[in-house]
Design a protein around this ligand. Sequence first.
Ligand SMILES: Cc1cc2nc3c(=O)[nH]c(=O)nc-3n(C[C@H](O)[C@H](O)[C@H](O)COP(=O)(O)O)c2cc1C
Length: 394
Amino acid sequence: MRGALQCIALRPSGHTPSDSRPTSGEFIHRNAAVMSRVVCIDDLKQAALARLDKNALGYYNSGADGEQTLTDNNAAFQRYRLRPRCMVDISTIDLTQTVLGHEVSMPIGVAPTAMQAMAHPEGECATARAAEEMGAVFVLSSGSNKSIEEVADAAPRAIKWFQLYILKDRSTTVKMVQRAEQAGFSAIVLTVDAQVFGKRLADARNGFQRPSHLRLGNFASDVDKACHRGDNEYVEALFDLSVTWDDLSWLCSVTRLPVLVKGVMTPEDAVAAADRGASGVIVSNHGGRQLDGCIATVDALGPVVAAVGLRCPVFMDGGVRRGTDALKALALGACMVFVGRPLLWGLAHDGQRGARLALQLLQSELRLAMGLCGVTKVADVTEDVFEQSERSQL
Ligand SMILES: Cc1cc2nc3c(=O)[nH]c(=O)nc-3n(C[C@H](O)[C@H](O)[C@H](O)COP(=O)(O)O)c2cc1C
């Protein structure tokens, strides 16, 4: 098995599992090997491709237009080169991080993605339980198939944040916020980059429709029925195109929860969000599903951190597929990264176990990457992990 071979390669000679504790990298690789032959996120994607129908596959995997930004989100990580550091005591590598007052087990969380029940019947409940098991942040999409309350019941101890769009009907918007508050969600994530949806060619070609047995769990049944066909119908019927930064101030005034702003790609917008009361910003281009041709999120991160990093935490998502990707984002100033599609692939592969495997793989790879860079704490991941030539361009 590939995983087992990797495990042997990682083990120093004369070192057996019985005579001393495995290193953290070794330990997780061995676990991954026992669980499955899936040993990295790319394997998980391949496993999911075999399980999803054309409709779901197009919906989950596609980006907007020519998918330039979708591709670049991932490729951009590969342009940053790392410096290995040796002879550092890496017997303990601590991935814990305090985020909005919560201790999280790792600086990798679950991004909000809509309609997870196309991947597995338990949908968002399974993903939230996987995040709960792993001690990672879970963000529930407002376009979920399972409702706020179902997810709260399924994963009562998970650190749960609720993703929101500002709707034309403000009373429905406020009711959703109140439901999230009552159900124990601890932050609101306001998505600001998708008042209209990008043109996703796969969905257009497939004539994407939500499967008739699935509902939009957070909406009343009349709204759910009215939006039964595709995403664009849901957006056109419900989303308010006229929102501005002043509406962020309004949202902050109607909730006691911290509000994070997701979809910021420029320092100007990050400053506007912080000025209107955001408790954090998430650098995101919606996984390349909105404005094709915009820059990769990892390239947008540094300038946003420079603009608001001293005022509020900066998060990022988009194209994180390896532990080294997460490490690079942390080094550029992100306090945590989120992953979207990898969790959908995990869910399609093996429900809750598959979603957990996605998080375990990334966690073990991040620990390994930190060890190889000679860094033992998340707070110590700085731009020093980059090659000198990279740093001069930051
Ligand atoms: C199928 C799919 C559905 C998504 N649905 C939402 C959503 O409902 N709300 C939201 O704010 N972002 C949504 N996103 C964007 C993700 O939150 C996240 O920004 C993106 O997936 C990160 O990129 P990655 O998939 O490369 O990790 C969605 C992304 C995908 C792929």
